[in-house]
Design a protein around this ligand. Structure first.
Ligand code: GLU
Length: 289
């Protein structure tokens, strides 16, 4: 198999110590396998995209010695691919329009919760819109045993999620007309022939949805590896919202050594080349070549 991995930052702000860990892990995994590493700019969520952030991320990665092996993919240019996948799912009867507002879903969930049900979308519009206008489009998840999706994560071990009880039918096209992350990521990974996904463990919970969507579209499921997220001093995931500081582009080694340490790798070095050699060798010992 030709290894193809990716790093898929959302351009909502500059790279920080948390996103560096995901970038580094995906890069080391690709290097350890002699594979390709491709950067994808996940700017599908236009309202959250910060102008200039994507170029800033690419420049920082370059300063840190990580260069995409192919021209970076921009989700904002891939609307036609998402539309084509959406139409295939529609023709096959996998998706349906949903007229529920957030408020209506929240209210029905409060009610469901009182009956000790879980907080999944209750499927209100599965059999019709009840006269309401269509807002979002949802993928119908299976019922019963077929709803249990299992996969083995290379870091986190065996995982199972029951899509019916934990998630419910999930949106592929949002009420604001934008493509949902779940659709974009599955279509992009498939079109780029991604074989290995390495990313932060905050996305572990999305993986079963992506595996199911791959099955609906008839595309292969990559192998997954979710690295522990970096928290700030009070246990919150580092992010722009929790005040993560941007990386200092001019002092890459310290930040890289720290990111490697978070991954359980000791790779102190004087140059970027020596760092990547040492870190790749350590990664290969743990996760194979
Ligand atoms: N764009 C997502 C993020 O920055 C990552 C998506 C993925 O790796 O699948 O959190």
């Amino acid at each position: 198999m030709t290894y193809r991995g990716r790093f898929a930052p959302s351009p909502t702000g500059p790279l920080h110590a948390g996103s560096l860990v995901s970038a580094l892990a995906s890069f080391l995994d690709a290097r350890a396998r002699g594979g390709s590493w491709i950067v994808r700019i996940e700017d599908v969520d236009a309202p959250r995209t910060v102008p200039g952030a994507a170029d800033d991320i690419l420049a920082t990665l370059a300063h840190f010695g990580m260069h995409s092996d192919e021209t970076p993919v921009w989700q904002s240019e891939r609307g036609a691919a998402y539309q084509a996948a959406f139409e295939r799912l529609q023709a096959a009867g996998f998706i349906y329009p949903c007229g529920c507002t957030r408020r209506e879903i929240a209210d029905s969930l409060v009610h469901a919760h009182a009956r000790h049900a879980t907080l999944a979308y209750p499927g209100t519009c599965r059999n019709g819109l009840h006269g309401k206008p269509a807002r979002a489009w949802r993928l119908r998840v299976p019922d019963g045993d077929a709803a249990r999706i299992s996969f083995v994560d290379r870091w986190q071990g065996p995982q199972t999620q029951d899509l019916a009880t934990d998630v419910g039918d999930f949106a592929l096209k949002r009420a604001d007309g934008l493509w949902a992350y779940q659709l974009a990521v599955v279509v992009d990974d498939a079109d780029a022939d991604i074989t290995h996904v390495v990313r932060g463990a905050d996305l572990l919970d999305s993986t079963a949805r992506q595996v199911y969507l791959q099955q609906c579209l008839g595309v292969p499921t990559p192998l997954y590896l979710h690295v522990p997220v970096v928290n700030n001093g009070i246990g919150e995931k580092l992010s722009k919202q929790t005040g993560a500081a941007p990386l200092d582009r001019h002092a890459p080694l310290d930040a890289l050594v720290e990111a490697a340490r978070h991954l359980g790798i000791e790779a102190s070095a004087d140059t970027l080349d020596a760092f990547y050699r040492a870190a790749t060798a350590e990664w290969a010992k743990r996760f194979g070549r």
